[in-house]
Design a protein around this ligand. Structure first.
Ligand code: ADP
Length: 409
């Protein structure tokens, strides 16, 4: 089946990336000839009385910005609105962001009925994220029938983890029956920055060992050997690992039993607190790192502790992944904190010269949008700041999947 027709290939290569969440839909439309963004936007508060929609659309007349307030009763209305704004952009493909692909999806797939059912079967693994992702697929398939659509999974990049890293030390039956295992997340972002740093270093990704740190509201760290993920800090769900904006990260599971048994809390309540009231917010009341720095500077000891804990846990993971990888070519910072927060980067790398990690303080302090090195001369391990672009990565993976399908017939 030729999914990218010769005509379209010659004409334009327009790829629409959709991220359909529980009450919002984000999109970016790429012209893949030069990977530029021809339109982007966001519909928010779907299902609420006061919805909003923002769009930025490039045309021959220039950039058109739309800022609308109107209610969107459901996802279908939001998508119909979005597609009416985009008009008919001559799409070559649509790429959908999917949070959880389970074990079934190790790479992007061309969506058909069978894939939709397999995604549905994974809903219990990500009950908050997969249903709205799937809804987006179903509506887009209906409204843009005939346009090839590809699902790109946040878990797929980590399907190369060796069993020793993805198993939990729990009874074998738990894995066999319930699929209790580590999956890892943020894969699209880790894959994107890994590819970008290989470009910066002028070396093929297959020759590189990397530690990538995605530090946003959610945070995860990945060990990459010869271009493939071999360990990552998030697990069965995005709750495991680093301290995050509102998620606890690693903790002793007995805390949960104790709170249930002695203090009468129930599972739902605990799940909510560990996901939404913990992490930086749990310690100091805020999950906005800029506000936390400001509070710490003003003498707020809880804000200081939150920063200390955030950096401490990161350093522990870096140490662990250095040991796992043996030799590391580069450490890569990305995500809202990783890209913008020079103080956190300095704290994380402080005193790691004995592990061959040395920052250049001036390079680290400079802010700039492009990927750049921040290590000192003579640092064995390069350190880079690479702004992530998950949408572009999804567009790239969508296109390369379609090209593969075309070349194999
Ligand atoms: P999400 O995971 O929601 O996509 P982001 O990647 O946007 O989150 O990261 C959000 C985090 O980045 C917040 O803690 C925010 O305070 C922090 N952040 C954004 N800009 C800066 C900045 N200039 N300095 C420090 N922290 C920043």
């Amino acid at each position: 089946m030729a999914v990218l027709s010769g005509e379209k290939m010659a004409d334009s290569l327009s790829v629409l990336v959709l991220n359909s969440g529980s009450s919002s839909v984000k999109y970016k439309l790429f012209d893949m000839e030069d990977e530029s963004v021809s339109a982007s936007g966001l519909v928010e508060r779907i299902g609420g009385a006061e919805g909003t929609a923002r769009h930025r659309v490039r045309s021959e007349e220039g950039i058109r910005e739309l800022d609308l307030r109107q209610s969107f009763t459901d996802h279908r209305q939001a998508f119909e609105h979005l597609f009416s704004v985009l008009g008919n952009p001559g799409l070559s493909a649509i790429g959908h962001r999917l949070v959880h692909g389970g074990e079934r999806f190790q790479r992007p797939v061309l969506i058909d009925d069978e894939v939709v059912e397999a995604i549905r079967a994974n809903i219990p693994l990500a009950p908050l994220h997969n249903p709205p992702n799937l809804l987006g697929i179903e509506i887009a398939r209906e409204l843009y029938s005939g346009i090839p659509q590809v699902a790109v999974f946040d878990t797929a990049f980590h399907q190369t983890l060796p069993e020793v890293a993805w198993r939990y030390a729990v009874p074998q039956g738990w894995y066999e029956k319930y699929r209790i295992r580590r999956y890892g997340f943020h894969g699209t972002s880790h894959a994107y920055v890994a590819r970008e740093v290989s470009r910066c270093l002028g070396r093929s990704l297959e020759t590189l060992n990397l530690i990538t740190l995605h530090l946003g509201n959610g945070a995860s760290i990945t060990a990459i050997r010869e271009g493939r993920s071999i360990d990552t800090s998030m697990g069965m769900t995005p709750l495991e690992g680093l301290m995050m904006g509102t998620r606890s990260g690693d903790l002793d599971p007995s805390i949960i039993f104790y709170l249930q048994r002695v203090w009468g809390m129930d599972g739902r309540q605990l799940e909510h607190v560990l996901n939404h009231e913990s992490g930086l917010k749990g310690i100091c009341g805020s999950n906005d790192m800029r506000a936390i720095h400001a509070a710490a500077e003003g003498g707020d000891s809880r804000a200081r502790l939150a920063i200390d804990m955030f950096c401490y846990r990161l350093r522990k993971y870096i140490g662990a992944y250095l040991a796992v990888l043996g030799k590391v070519d580069a450490l890569v910072f990305t995500g809202g904190i990783g890209e913008n927060d020079a103080r956190i980067r300095a704290r994380v790398c402080d005193g790691l010269a004995f592990l061959d990690i040395r920052l250049d303080p001036d390079a680290n302090a400079q802010v700039g949008p492009a990927g750049r090195p921040i290590h000192a001369r003579g640092s064995e391990i390069a350190v880079y700041v690479i702004p992530t672009d998950e949408e572009l990565e999804i567009a790239r993976q969508t296109l390369s999947r379609l090209r593969e399908v075309d070349s194999t017939g």
